[in-house]
Design a protein around this ligand. Structure first.
Ligand code: MLT
Length: 429
């Protein structure tokens, strides 16, 4: 007899209905996940702090989750408004679109952002890079091994666990079995010694990096592509922060590297480019040359996932994406990014002025602060919240390699960044 949960289920065997459960076995992979997803956990701790200190609510400054705060600029907004308005007309109305995105937008992404290195039909428009990482995982399935930078954006590890690619977490190392952790810390200039690490089928790599803020050089990316090629690995390159790159010669896409078309997928997003974190629009590039060991095209399987489990990005939002890639839109994006980069500079200077070693923040919106020896990052997160009401992110939240670091996000209004700098300088000196 399968017990039924819920308010209307009859009580059985003297047990109240709320104690009853379904007859469905829990997916054991979810039981392996070590905790909640990082950013809701930060939110939970902030809420708990405010529940105990309600008078501090107005003082909270968030340098935590990398969520954009500046309004969407005029030209880009006109793209969103224009495509919304069209829906109210007989001529302009559209229903379902292509699951891979509007042809115009795919072509414009290929032309404006990939300089002819990519064809329009290799671009899959979506609702964001994070969602695409899970879709990429669905293509790979449970039978692959994964490598991640350590520390890294938690989505690569957590989705690998959910897909059943990993063993349990090791409580001593805080690492999952069957994931290759590629240490990226100040000691190796935040680039892994990949040649001397074990092979994995899928290598996730984010540049400019979240959380460390390091942007890999051309030589480093050439090495990455070379090693993946030699080992027959697929590289999943996360370029969501590419437009923050201002240093001369640093590649903004993995497809600037010779040979990448045979080894790499690139995930990207308008979230951080244009303040689309709530609007939702991203894309993934899967080149025609990328194949599985049996010769079938990865692109075809990704297309199968998109056409089966996704109905295409919102037509309103894709109008905004087209406007982003007009000359006016690209100029507006640069202005937005300048703003956040100036915030990053202020945060970096503030922490350096009180003696911390600080990384990132030059070609990335994240500033990665090295804590004094022995200081734990979650403890420091709590200490800073209590003393200054500034929300940060502990490096350990991004994996064991992030222990001893703190991430500060530059996505915040300027006045709050200036205020946060003052408070941090006073409290952390
Ligand atoms: C972050 O804070 O790391 C990012 O905003 C998270 C995300 O983009 O999903």
């Amino acid at each position: 007899m399968i017990a039924v949960a819920g308010a209307f289920a009859p009580a059985q065997n003297g047990r109240s209905s709320t104690e009853l459960h379904s007859g469905v076995t829990r997916n054991p992979n979810f039981a392996k996940l070590a905790g909640g997803y990082l950013f809701p956990e930060i939110g939970r701790r902030r809420t708990a702090y405010l529940a105990e200190n309600p008078d501090m609510a107005d003082r909270i400054i968030s340098l935590g989750i990398g969520d954009t705060t500046q309004p969407i600029p005029e030209h880009i907004l006109s793209g969103l408004v224009g495509s919304a308005s069209k829906l109210g007309t007989k001529e302009g109305y559209s229903g379902y679109g292509a699951e891979q995105g509007m042809g115009d937008l795919r072509a414009k992404i290929a032309e404006k952002l990939y300089d002819g290195n990519i064809k329009a039909d290799e671009v899959f428009v979506s609702d964001g890079a994070k969602c695409d990482i899970m879709r990429v995982q669905q293509v790979f399935g449970p039978g692959v091994t994964t490598a991640v930078q350590d520390p890294s954006y938690p989505v690569y590890v957590d989705t690998s666990v959910m897909m059943g690619q990993t063993g349990d977490i090791n409580s001593e190392t805080s690492q999952y079995d069957n994931i290759v952790y590629m240490p990226c810390t100040a000691e190796n200039n935040f680039f892994p010694d990949i040649e001397n690490l074990p092979r994995a089928d899928i290598v996730y790599f984010c540049s400019p990096n979240n959380p460390t803020g390091a942007a890999a050089t051309r030589e480093q990316l050439e090495m990455l592509v070379k090693v993946c090629k030699e080992r027959g690995s697929i590289l999943v390159f996360d370029a969501a922060y590419a437009p923050f790159i201002r240093s001369e010669g640093v590649p903004k896409s993995i497809f600037e590297i010779d040979g990448a078309r045979e080894v790499a997928i690139e995930c990207n997003s308008f979230s951080k480019y244009a303040g689309f974190t709530g609007v939702r629009l991203g894309w993934t590039v899967v080149p025609d040359e990328l194949t599985f060991s049996d010769g079938t095209k990865v692109r075809d399987d990704f297309n199968r996932v998109m056409t089966t489990a996704f109905n295409g990005a919102s037509n309103i939002v894709q109008g905004g994406g087209l406007a982003c890639l007009d000359d006016e839109g690209l100029t507006e994006i640069n202005t937005l990014i300048d703003y956040y980069l100036e915030n990053a500079k202020l945060l970096k200077e503030a922490m350096e002025s009180i003696g911390y070693d600080v990384f990132g923040g030059a070609d990335a919106p994240y500033v990665f602060v090295k804590l004094p020896d022995g200081k734990k990052s979650w403890d420091t997160f709590s200490e800073i919240l209590e003393k200054t009401q500034v929300v940060t992110i502990p490096g350990a939240g991004f994996g064991p390699g992030g222990e001893g670091y703190l991430r500060l996000s530059a996505f915040a209004p300027r006045d709050t960044v200036i205020e946060a700098c003052e408070r941090l300088k006073k409290a952390m000196a």
